[in-house]
Ligand binder design. Structure first.
Ligand code: LLH
Ligand code: MG
Length: 381
């Protein structure tokens, strides 16, 4: 078995999401958008696929690094391929990102799953076939009836409970919202949601990612009074000492790091430093499923839960093969968007949720994305 080709198809689709000047997603007018599908082919014609943002799999990255490492290798030798790509990141002058590693590695898992006729979560070794989701809101905005006020969050939280969610995470207001950041507004939204859902629904906050220590401490103490379940990324994660200080001063579990580079190395340092009470990984944050499994098992070895960041088939797979994590992050959600709608380039959502708030794993061979190849091939750019 040898890899013979790596290809990328870029295709158009209609999107109703836009990004603001700080990169946060919000609802927007329907517009033409681009997406990519990376495909790895081996010498018997088997294929593995992974969807990707276009910029992550640009031709110079595929030609300059990925093809060079992968062609001729056994597609089942994921660890060696991943180590060789990861080693090359340093010499790539920052071009080869963890996200690119993740896309390539997940396409290799997809190929293995398709070849063996197994969903990847069964191939790794399943812990469960359905995972409870928390509803993860988009960041706040200034849209009338959107997520502009604490009352908006409260109303939307009630709707989320009606949809079946049994836990909710708020992303509150961040720049460029005109009045953000403001920890007092965060507390008002958190209090309004607690009031709306009652005392028994687990709630989490992912606040502005750049508060000072004193603002972060004040906000954390208010969350404790409101019985919140975890406190996420209120400060810049580059300052691990600030998180160790925060965790030492609060009872509410502090979770992280989410976006700090360094893969499993960084997560190990945070656990050792006491900078988190819950660890965090996400396939796109740390370079794929393999490195995420290392983090999940590292946390488990310390008796610590590791909650997976972000949605999609790869992250759902992680939540299905771990004991030490409670939820799948389903989102990002907004009252103006229908998250359950199936994108044109898929035949089904990878993360269908039932009325009791459980997301069911796909039984299809591979990673779990039921890709609409006909749509993609008819909409190539
Ligand atoms: O800033 C944002 O838009 C969100 O926080 C986003 O990064 C989201 O992926 C997240 O942090 N989820 O936990
Ligand atoms: Mg987050």
């Amino acid at each position: 078995m040898k890899i013979v080709d790596i290809g990328v198809r870029v295709f158009r689709h209609v999107s109703t999401q836009v990004r603001d000047s700080d990169g946060h997603s919000h609802p927007g007018d329907a517009h033409d958008a681009r997406q990519a599908l990376l495909t790895i082919t081996d010498d018997d014609g088997s294929e593995g696929h992974c969807l990707s943002p276009v910029q992550v799999v640009r031709p110079h990255l595929i030609d300059g690094f990925v093809r060079h490492v992968l062609v001729g290798q056994d597609p089942f030798d994921r660890e060696r391929i991943w180590q060789e790509l990861a080693h090359w990141q340093r010499g790539s002058t920052g071009q080869l990102s963890d996200r690119a590693l993740a896309i390539v590695e997940m396409a290799l898992w997809d190929l293995a799953g398709r070849k063996l006729g197994l969903p990847v979560y069964k191939l790794i070794g399943a812990y469960r076939d359905k995972v409870p989701a928390y509803g993860s809101t988009m960041c706040g905005d200034e849209m009338k009836g959107g997520l502009a006020t604490p009352e908006d969050y409260a109303r939307y939280a009630e709707w989320l409970l009606g949809r079946g969610y049994k836990a909710i995470k708020l992303h509150t207001w961040m720049k460029p919202v005109s009045f953000a950041p403001d920890p007092r507004m965060d507390v008002k939204a958190c209090a309004a949601v607690r009031e709306a859902v009652g005392p028994d629904i687990p709630l989490m906050l992912d606040a502005y990612h750049g508060y000072s220590r004193s603002d972060a401490l004040w906000l954390g103490r208010e969350l404790q009074k409101l019985g919140y379940y975890w406190y996420e990324e209120p400060m810049n994660e580059a300052s691990m000492s600030s998180y160790a200080w925060l965790a030492a001063n609060l009872d509410i579990p502090v979770i992280g790091p989410e976006c700090m580079e360094g893969k499993f190395h960084t997560r190990a340092e945070w656990i050792k430093a006491g900078a988190c009470d819950l660890s965090r990984t996400g396939v796109h944050d740390v370079g794929g499923i393999g490195p995420s499994l290392k983090i999940i098992h590292l946390a488990e070895s310390f008796g610590m839960d590791c909650e997976v960041h972000g949605g999609g088939a790869g992250n759902l797979t992680l939540t299905a093969v771990q004991k030490n994590g409670r939820w799948y992050e389903r989102g990002l959600l907004h009252p103006f968007l229908d998250y359950d709608e199936v994108p044109e380039y898929l035949n089904a959502r990878p993360d269908p949720m039932d009325a009791d708030g459980f997301v069911h794993l796909s039984r299809l061979p591979g990673l779990g994305d039921d890709i609409n190849f006909e749509y993609i091939n008819s909409n190539l750019v």
